[in-house]
Structure formats: C-alpha cells, structure tokens
Design a protein around this ligand. Structure first.
Ligand SMILES: CC(C)(COP(=O)(O)OP(=O)(O)OC[C@H]1O[C@@H](n2cnc3c(N)ncnc32)[C@H](O)[C@@H]1OP(=O)(O)O)[C@@H](O)C(=O)NCCC(=O)NCCS
Length: 180
C-alpha cells in the first residue's frame, strides 16, 4: 500500500515534474536517459505537451507532494495510433521500492484501456544495467523484444545495450483501420 493519490498531469505541472526528474537523475547510475543537467524546462514541457496530445501523464502524490510521474505518447503516424510509446517513469529516490512505480503503471494501463483510438500496445526501452527496472517491467507483463547493442554510453565511457520491451493491452478492442 503506497498511500499515493494518482492524478493526471498537464504542462501546468511542469515545474514540480522538473524537480522530480532532476532528483531522480541526480542518483548515481540512475536509469534515466538524461543526466540532471540535461533535464531542462524545455525538455519537461515538450514531453508533457506531447502527453496532452493524445497521450498520458500521471502523477503520484503523497501528502500533496509529487513523488512519481509516468508519461507516454502516441508516435504520430496513423499506423501507430494503437501504440503508446516514448514512455518514461521516475519515482523520487526517497520513495523508490515502495510500490509507487507499480501503482503508476497500473494507472497508466487503466487510462490506456479507455483511450480513443484504442491502445493495444505500450512500449519502452531500458538499459541492460537497469536490472531492477527490467525485473519490474517483466513482472508487470512487458516482454523483451530485442537488444540494441552498445546503444547507451555511460559517464565512465563504458557502453550498455538498450532493451526494447512491449506490453500487449488485451482489453483494447482495436478499431479497424480506415480504408482511405
Ligand atoms: C524504476 C522505478 C520507476 C521503479 O519504481 P519503484 O516505485 O521504485 O518500483 P516499485 O516499488 O513499484 O517496485 C519495486 C521493484 O522495482 C524495481 N526497482 C527498480 N529500481 C528500483 C529501486 N531504485 N529501488 C527499488 N526497486 C527498484 C525492482 O525490481 C523492485 O522489485 P524487487 O523488490 O523485486 O527488487 C524507480 O525505481 C525509478 O524511478 N528509478 C530511477 C529512474 C528509472 O530508472 N526510470 C526508468 C527508466 S527505463
């Protein structure tokens, strides 16, 4: 039990989301793709605006404080309208391992199941060294779909693979593609 309240977010929440992502990125070996100095207001506003346009951004609040955020967006071309991608999640370092990430994913899947056009697939990537996150994603039902060898270069100069993962949303009744 996390005692968290889950709430949809908009670009108006960008400054608290910025603080959260900077805190998560400041941990050594953070699983986020960006270092803390690469997490700018421009970056945060951009993903929140994309989430607003047919995607989703959800915040986990405890005692009115933002302790976690997850977002995902549609990719653009109509053939991908059933896909939520560009997924990123961050939980405040002091709150990790307490179920917040799992609750955020459950809320994302619930939201995705009621979106129009229907969502049938959620996708993300995680670097191979982020073993805790990979374990969590597999427990949630994501499946490893390949390996992008040496895609991630770490601050010490070593490289890791990026692991693309997909989650099939069974509840989604996919609408037929328009005939054009
Ligand atoms: C990955 C992350 C979102 C998981 O959220 P969480 O709230 O810590 O996860 P939960 O408490 O719901 O689930 C715990 C599971 O998450 C995984 N996990 C990943 N990172 C963890 C961490 N720092 N602390 C504890 N568990 C972590 C473990 O598999 C753990 O399961 P276990 O108990 O079997 O080891 C969160 O740890 C985080 O924000 N990490 C930094 C940013 C990041 O890596 N984002 C993902 C990029 S792909």
């Amino acid at each position: 039990m996390t005692g968290c309240r889950i709430h949809p977010l908009t670009p108006a929440h960008a400054s608290i989301v910025l603080d959260l992502y900077r805190a998560a990125a400041s941990i050594r070996g953070s699983g986020l793709a960006r270092a803390a100095d690469e997490i700018t207001m421009t970056y945060v506003r951009a993903f929140m605006e994309r989430a607003c346009l047919g995607g989703v951004s959800l915040g986990a609040f405890r005692d009115d404080r933002l302790v976690g955020e997850i977002h995902a967006a549609r990719l653009g071309p109509r053939q991908f309208d059933h896909v939520l991608g560009d997924l990123t999640i961050a939980v405040h370092p002091q709150m990790q391992g307490q179920g917040v990430g799992s609750v955020l994913f459950a809320a994302l899947f619930d939201t995705a199941a009621s979106m129009t056009p229907a969502i049938g697939r959620v996708e993300l990537t995680a670097r191979s060294g982020n073993t805790g996150a990979l374990r969590l994603y597999e427990r949630l039902g994501f499946v490893r779909e390949g390996r992008l060898a040496g895609r991630v270069r770490l601050p010490d100069g070593t490289t890791e693979d990026d692991i693309p993962m997909g989650f099939k949303l069974d509840r989604a009744a996919l609408a037929p593609m328009p005939d054009d």
